[in-house]
Design a protein around this ligand. Structure first.
Ligand code: NAP
Length: 246
């Protein structure tokens, strides 16, 4: 017997910008397992090829940089019909308010807010009836910590974008935003393993669930965003209780 998620996603075209890694890649795997056709986009062709081999069932990979408006436009025009658009691409610079270089702030804003803003506008004509758009923010939007003010503000902007578009695109697409807490993904791959594990233990230990999240747990929320036709204008916190921790 097929599940409600299989019925909703079978044969659908799911486009994931940021799909070569982490939660985007986990979403791709889940969508393919539920019968969807998936397009993966991100900057690095090598990462896309590796992800496509891992995910299986990918119909298209596309080197796309959300900060390149011209490139995003021409890629979007070539996509064909799109049932669900997911944008997990991100740039996340940390640094104290007085020390974070302005260019790092601009880079985050370009990659995580302006790029997705433009990408949605360009993909809009390709969206089918019943389409959904899913953005990614993060817990910092509502619980910033010292050294994350810029990123927190960018995340808050993404959440406002999702809510505004849920109204503006009413009847054309449902729009939601996933706000993850700390999730074990390739985003932390550059850290020395010992430091990374210590960070996971420290943050995870402060959460009601007692651990950091997995990419698959967040992918489940993206599937909900894609398939629940009563869900729009929502920021879905998938954070192990981060926002209610003391
Ligand atoms: N992991 C966490 O703990 C955490 C916590 C809170 C919020 N988040 C947010 O959740 C989302 C997913 O995070 P993640 O951990 O899954 O990230 P990730 O593993 O680092 O993956 C990011 C993806 O985005 C792509 N990307 C980055 N910049 C891009 C650009 N300018 N244009 C197009 N693609 C780009 C990357 O591939 P290329 O390098 O090939 O471009 C990669 O596929 C992000 O928005 C992140 O800020 C994550």
């Amino acid at each position: 017997m097929s599940t409600v998620f299989e019925t909703a996603l079978a044969g659908k075209h799911v486009v994931i910008i940021g799909g070569s890694s982490g939660m985007g890649k986990a979403t791709a795997k889940m969508a393919v397992a539920l019968g969807a056709k998936v397009t993966l986009a991100s900057r690095s062709l090598a990462k896309l090829e590796a992800a496509a081999a891992e995910v299986g069932g990918v119909v298209q990979i596309a080197p796309v940089d959300t900060t390149d408006e011209v490139g995003v436009k021409s890629w979007a025009a070539s996509l064909g019909a799109v049932d669900h658009l997911v944008i997990s691409a991100s740039s996340a610079a940390h640094g104290a308010y007085e020390e974070l270089p302005t260019d790092a702030l601009r880079g985050m804003l370009e990659a995580k807010f302006i790029g997705p803003y433009v990408a949605v506008r360009e993909v809009l004509p390709a969206l089918t009836k019943g389409a959904s758009i899913t953005f990614f923010s993060g817990v910092l939007s509502r619980r910033p910590s010292a050294g994350t003010t810029g990123l927190a503000a960018v995340n808050a902007a993404v959440e406002a974008l999702a809510k505004g578009l849920a109204l503006e695109l009413s009847g054309r697409a449902r729009v939601n935003c996933i706000s993850p807490g700390m999730v074990d993904t390739e985003a932390y791959a550059a850290m020395p393993e010992e430091a990374r594990e210590a960070m996971y233990a420290q943050v995870g230990g402060s959460l009601p669930v007692g651990r950091v999240g997995t990419a698959e747990e967040v992918a489940q929320a993206v599937v909900l965003s894609m398939t629940n036709n009563f869900l729009t204008g929502t920021v879905l916190d998938v954070d192990g209780g981060h926002l209610v921790r003391s």
